[in-house]
Design a protein around this ligand. Structure first.
Ligand SMILES: [Zn+2]
Length: 193
């Protein structure tokens, strides 16, 4: 099984930062993606980032890359796209906070299982998990990276880049380790290892 890690946006994407400019989503999610890939590899799991560029690679190209690898591996791949949430446009601190995981509206049972596994690890750490529906770990949304990829696929929104407390946590060693752990242990749980 190959684990594909996607990280959204690029250094050229407008916005997508904390109001004080300390956190930029494109670079933060690449840092977490690297931690997740190396953590999985240490456990002997084949993992790679599908966006190695620092620029914003269009969603259609990211889906194309994931689908090509899914085909090459004989349908033995899963995808996790790593993001940070935002409630506003990045100009002001907002009040929404917490961690969440998403699947597309047309998600397969395996995508839902993968999201459940990540959510369960998040609850164990514990971090505050935002829910769309009480009792369900994941949100359903029309997200291209989940909708247009053929493999099991989820997207994580790792806290809010425009919530002051969340940004402190995101930038702390503890925060980075927790977020990497949610992904690594969630994927291990899904794979049944
Ligand atoms: Zn994002």
């Amino acid at each position: 099984m190959k684990v594909l890690i996607d990280n959204g946006h690029g250094e050229n994407t407008p916005g997508k930062r904390s109001p004080d400019g300390r956190l930029r989503e494109w670079s933060y999610t690449r840092e977490i993606a690297n931690m997740v890939v190396s953590g999985l590899r240490k456990l002997g799991i084949d993992a790679e980032r599908i966006v190695k560029e620092d620029t914003d690679v269009p969603l259609s190209e990211r889906c194309r890359r994931a689908n090509a690898i899914y085909k090459e591996t004989g349908k033995k791949a899963i995808l996790v796209s790593i993001h940070c949430n935002a409630a506003g446009n990045g100009s002001f601190w907002m009040s929404a906070k917490g961690w969440s995981v998403f699947v597309s509206n047309n998600a397969s049972s395996n995508s839902r299982k993968l999201a459940d596994c990540l959510g369960q690890v998040a609850e164990c750490i514990p971090v505050p998990v935002r829910k769309q529906t009480p009792g369900r770990e994941y949100w359903e949304q029309n997200l291209a990276i989940c909708r247009d990829t053929n493999c099991p696929a989820v997207l994580t929104e790792n806290f809010f880049q425009d919530n002051k407390e969340d940004v402190e946590y995101l930038l702390s060693r503890e925060g980075k380790e927790d977020i990497a752990r949610i992904h690594i242990e969630g994927i291990v749980k899904y794979l049944g290892l």
